[in-house]
Design a protein around this ligand. Structure first.
Ligand code: SF4
Length: 233
C-alpha cells in the first residue's frame, strides 16, 4: 500500500513538473538546448541577468590573465550608461586612457565624443568600452591570444547591458564581435546580428584622424544607426 502511495505521489510530481515545463514554453523534457536554457533560467525571473557590470568589474579585479597587465597603469573597463541602448566598442586603451582609466578620452576619443554629440546624444547616454581592457605596449595591435583571453569579459559586459545596438569601431572590434576575418571596408555600413543585437561596424576614430576623407562614410554609418534608434536629426 505504501509503495502504491509513493508511486502515485511520484507520478503526480512528475506530472506537475511537466506542466511547469510546458507553461514556461518547453515542448517537453527533451534535453534540447532550448529546454535546457529555459530550465537554466528558473529562479532567475527569466529576465534580469544576475551579472551586473559591477560584479563583472569585481571579478576582473587586478586581472593578470594575459601579459598586458605587466605594462598597464590602469584597467580600462568601460564607461557610460549601464542600461544603454547603444554600445560603442573599440580596440584597446591608449596612453591617455591607460592614465585616466576611462575609454576614448585621448584625441581619437574626443572625435568619438563629437560623433556622439552629432547624434544629439551625450556620452552618458551610451556605453563605451574596448575589446582589451589594458593598453598594449606602444599601442601595437592586439594579439589573437590577448583577444581570446579578454573578449569573454566584453561579451559578458554586453550581456549585462543588453543594448539594442552595438557600433564596432575598426577592424579588431568588428571582427571579434562578428567572428569574421573580413576587412572593415567590407563590413562597415550595414547591420549584422550578434545574439539578437544589431551591430553596425564602422571605421575607428583613430583611423579617421589619419584618413579624414573617410569621415563621410562614418557619418553615413552613424546616420543609419540614428535612423534605427529613431533619433531625429
Ligand atoms: S587585457 Fe584583459 S585579460 Fe589581459 S590583463 Fe588586461 S583585463 Fe586581463
Amino acid at each position: 500500500m505504501n509503495n502504491r502511495l509513493t508511486f502515485i505521489q511520484i507520478t503526480n510530481e512528475i506530472a506537475n513538473y511537466l506542466n511547469v515545463i510546458a507553461e514556461v514554453g518547453s515542448k517537453g523534457f527533451d534535453c534540447s538546448e532550448k529546454s535546457l536554457e529555459i530550465i537554466d533560467q528558473w529562479g532567475n525571473s527569466g529576465a534580469t541577468p544576475v551579472e551586473t557590470l559591477a560584479t563583472l568589474r569585481a571579478e576582473l579585479d587586478n586581472c593578470q590573465r594575459c601579459n598586458l597587465w605587466q605594462n598597464r597603469k590602469t584597467i580600462v573597463f568601460g564607461d557610460g550608461n549601464p542600461h544603454a541602448r547603444l554600445v560603442f566598442i573599440g580596440e584597446a586603451p591608449g596612453m591617455d586612457e591607460d592614465r585616466q582609466g576611462q575609454p576614448f578620452v585621448g584625441t581619437a576619443g574626443q572625435l568619438l565624443t563629437r560623433i556622439i554629440h552629432a547624434m544629439t546624444l551625450k556620452r552618458n547616454d551610451v556605453y563605451i568600452c574596448n575589446i582589451l581592457k589594458c593598453r598594449p605596449p606602444q599601442n601595437r595591435n592586439p594579439l589573437p591570444g590577448e583577444i581570446d583571453t579578454c573578449s569573454p569579459f566584453l561579451k559578458r559586459q554586453i550581456k549585462a547591458i543588453r543594448p539594442d545596438y552595438i557600433c564596432t569601431l575598426g577592424a579588431f572590434a568588428s571582427q571579434t564581435i562578428l567572428q569574421t576575418d573580413r576587412p572593415i571596408s567590407q563590413l562597415r555600413g550595414r547591420f549584422f546580428d550578434y545574439e539578437g543585437i544589431l551591430v553596425m561596424p564602422t571605421y575607428h576614430p583613430a583611423f579617421l584622424l589619419r584618413n579624414p576623407g573617410k569621415k563621410r562614410a562614418v557619418w553615413e554609418d552613424i546616420q543609419k544607426l540614428m535612423g534605427a534608434l529613431e533619433i531625429k536629426k
